[in-house]
Design a protein around this ligand. Structure first.
Ligand SMILES: [Fe+2]
Length: 143
């Protein structure tokens, strides 16, 4: 898989992650309802922007981003979640999903660097830095 295909795989993975986040937002129950309901909303709202940035980056380098859920389901590194109501399980999912996304972003960072694609490289750097920070926060939340 070349790095533009990996970029499309990243898009697919974010689409699955987005829907998993909506599900967490809808189904959270218990003491942490108010904080996590809002946190999940913040995450899926940000994810929606990332999805658009990735698709438009793929277009900018002359490729066509996947836009069908059937393709996303096949290509995503993140699978569809069951319904999760427990706050800690939900945050554990987020942490795990972000580690998966981070792994792929680091691969694309290296490959786009070798290809002298600075725009994609910079986008990956931003996503990586952002996720390293939120991962710390989710680890702290889990104690
Ligand atoms: Fe809502």
């Amino acid at each position: 898989m070349n790095y533009t295909e990996k970029l499309d795989q990243l898009l697919s993975s974010y689409q699955m992650h987005y829907q998993n986040l909506r599900s967490l937002h809808w189904n959270i129950k218990g003491n942490a309802f108010f904080e996590l309901h809002l946190k999940y909303e913040e995450l899926y709202t940000r994810t929606q922007v990332i999805i658009d940035d990735l698709a438009e980056r793929i277009l900018s380098i002359g490729e066509t981003p996947s836009s069908q859920f059937s393709v996303y389901m096949k290509n995503s590194l993140i699978s569809e979640n069951p319904i999760i109501t427990d706050g800690k399980n939900g945050v554990s999912y987020v942490l795990e999903a972000q580690r998966t996304l981070l792994g792929l972003e680091r691969e694309i960072l290296n490959l786009s660097g070798e290809a002298d694609d600075e725009g994609t490289n910079a986008l990956m750097s931003d996503l990586i830095r952002e996720k390293e920070k939120t991962n710390w926060m989710f680890r702290a939340y889990l104690g």
